[in-house]
Design a protein around this ligand. Structure first.
Ligand code: SR1
Ligand code: MG
Length: 405
């Protein structure tokens, strides 16, 4: 009798990653000696390998979680369970939006590995936007992604026992703690890991001393900590989305957890708003800049409209909540979600400007003074959104503020 020994965790390299891929029968055996391996991970946390057959040109991606945050190093240990969360979230999302996520081919929680569809014909949205590309389907796809994944995971649809099972399954304390610290805490205090040029110190001091603002951030943070409304992607910025002109794929749901419904859409909107600001510096010609900025604002508006229309349709057709047919219940939920999303977006804008993890949209602005100017503008916009979240009732009021920033 042979004894099966379960492999223990070890970080993969360009050779050992083939031991994961070859048994999957994705590649024909005749291709095994012709597989080309590249390490392509440029994110903050994981190893990512691209494995391609030199013969058939078929390819897969192998993503492996490291037991620490790659961005900082081994001094920042991080749970491997995030790989399980990521593959289970991708599978869960695929139940309602299969066309908007990469296909999972295999996962192994011991090795903290997910093998998935190769998306090399797509580009990361952040990169595409910085280069001035336009993606006509983006708003519809992200609004649909956020609405469907939210509705089908919520108490409006699921039996309460099933919902609570899902909350347990997607309990993700360590990754949530990163967001609690990096998005909702550190940027609002004098913490060593914040990262901003000395020239911004007086604007940062204004934030650190603005009690009205800090009170709102405390409320948003509490909401993030306690409101288990829907299954969220948890990190839906423009680096978590792959695009090409006729396709959108949402990747990297390792931060997935049950949280407040407005959180994902807020992060998407905040990152488009930051790109909108940065186009004042990136876009070379005024006509191109205007076209891009109009596109970005329309995308923000259409994303929210698609979200609320799709959510409404699902509610009308499929809600099991006993109060679903009572006039105003859905409207109340959507209004609260929208207003909280404005506040979350403000926090994301501020943390991407002065916190630990920045965005290339602002950091790659070529001249230092111009970069500083738009970073100051971003801080003002972020604070305005946080302080005025409950005054907004319509998405065009938000895009007016972004346009005017
Ligand atoms: C250490 S992780 C820094 C950031 O990268 C991730 O994508 C999340 O946005 C996190 O806040
Ligand atoms: Mg990520």
């Amino acid at each position: 009798m042979s004894v099966q020994v379960k492999p223990t965790y070890e970080p993969l390299n360009k050779l050992t990653v083939l031991d994961v891929v070859k048994p999957l029968a994705f590649f024909d055996e005749s291709e095994h000696s012709q597989l080309l391996v590249k390490e392509i991970g440029d994110g903050n946390l994981n190893l990512v390998f691209h494995i391609e057959s030199a013969l058939s040109k078929k390819a897969v991606i192998v993503k492996q979680a490291l037991p620490y945050a790659k961005v900082v190093g081994e001094s920042w240990p991080l749970t491997l369970d995030r790989a399980r969360i990521e593959s289970e979230a991708l599978l869960k999302e695929a139940e309602s939006v299969p066309h908007l996520v990469p296909k999972v081919l295999y996962s192994d929680s011991t090795l903290a590995v997910t093998v998935m569809e190769d998306l090399s014909d797509h580009v990361i949205l952040r990169k595409g936007l910085i280069e001035g590309q336009i993606y006509p389907q983006l708003a519809n796809d992200i609004g649909t992604f956020a609405a469907k994944t939210a509705f089908y995971s919520s108490d409006f649809y699921l039996h309460p026992f099933e919902k609570k099972e899902q909350v347990k399954r997607f309990s993700n304390p360590e990754l949530c703690k990163i967001t609690e610290d990096l998005v909702f805490t550190d940027p609002f205090f004098n913490i060593e890991t914040n990262d901003f040029p000395a020239e911004l110190q007086s604007e940062v001091d204004v934030i650190w001393n603005d009690t009205e603002l800090l009170k709102e951030v405390a409320q948003l943070r509490l909401s993030f900590l306690t409101k288990a409304e829907v299954l969220l992607h948890g990190d839906l910025h423009s680096g978590s989305i792959f695009v090409k002109s006729d396709s959108t794929k949402v990747i990297d749901p390792e931060f997935a957890f049950y949280g407040p419904a407005g959180f994902d859409i807020a992060h998407f909107i905040a990152n488009l708003a930051l790109n909108h600001l940065s186009q004042n510096a990136h876009a070379k010609e005024p006509f191109h800049r205007e076209t891009l900025q109009t596109y970005l604002l329309e995308t923000i508006e259409k994303t929210w409209e698609t979200y609320s229309e799709t959510f409404t349709q699902l509610w009308n057709e499929k809600a099991t909540d006993p109060f679903a047919k009572i006039l105003g219940v859905l409207e109340n939920f959507l209004e609260k979600t929208f207003q909280e999303a404005i506040g979350f977006a403000g926090c994301e804008i501020i943390r991407r400007t002065i916190g630990l993890a920045h965005v290339a949209d602002l950091d790659s602005i070529p001249q230092k003074e111009v970069e500083l100017f738009y970073k100051k503008t971003a801080l003002e916009l972020g604070a305005k959104l946080i302080k005025n979240q409950r005054k907004l009732t319509n998405i065009t009021e938000l895009t007016d503020w972004i346009r005017g920033a």
